[in-house]
Design a protein around this ligand. Sequence first.
Ligand code: F3S
Length: 284
Amino acid sequence: MDVKVAKTAGFCFGVKRAVETVYEQIEKFNDTRIYTYGPIIHNEEVVKDLKSKGVDVIHDEEELKKLDSGVVIIRSHGVPKRIHDLLEERGLQCVDATCPFVKKIHRIVEKESKAGKHIVIIGDENHPEVQGIRGWSESEVTVIKTEEQAQAFFASSESGICIVSQTTFNYNKFKYLVEIICEKNYNVSVLNTICNATKERQTEAESIAKEVDVMIVIGDKHSSNTQKLFEICNNACANTYYIQTLDDLNVNQLKSVQTVGITAGASTPNNIIEEVQNNVRINF
Ligand code: F3S
């Protein structure tokens, strides 16, 4: 049987880097409490494993205010500037695992807002990444996600506006919303800060799904990016299966099959992908 595993399956560069950072800190600080500010990724297995190694999750600013010692790791989404300030004030050691692509947006927002520009973030205002980006602005910020919000937008600053995007936002929608804002004739600078990791994972999954008899998509049932990946693969290959771990794999589905493709959502750890891959290779 021919098994094709997507190169882009699983963690993107930023998430991989953040998860590795936590494991490195465990090695380094074996006598200090380690915390992550929010779960390092949305994967229960990983969070459970870290907990067993003594890493706790801090859920919000209030919990952070109660800490007086330890190492706090910032996850790939990044955090508002005031969280960095709070860590410093409380004398807590900060290990910043913010994805460099997100960090770049923080720097843009900090600089442009200092110049007096009204900051527009194209994205979901409830997403932690967007809340983090917002928290680096010194001037007014508007988060826009829908056509209605773009149409209703009014800039308060005479110094112009600066538009950035949440890294995982859909490019076509970003373009469309930016066009609406640009029609208002403000002095606009647009920075496309969308990261290609998600798009590349989807494109590769689709092309593999088109070539194989069976496609396996691995990821948490609640992960929206895995659901999207499944939809894309299912459109290209009718025999597409969505599994969370190896236990969900139904061996009957792989009988008398020549080629199998495997991909995984952004928060699926490598060991689960490998376990599935090895099992498919050995047993069929
Ligand atoms: Fe991942 Fe960083 Fe892009 S976290 S999706 S590589 S912005």
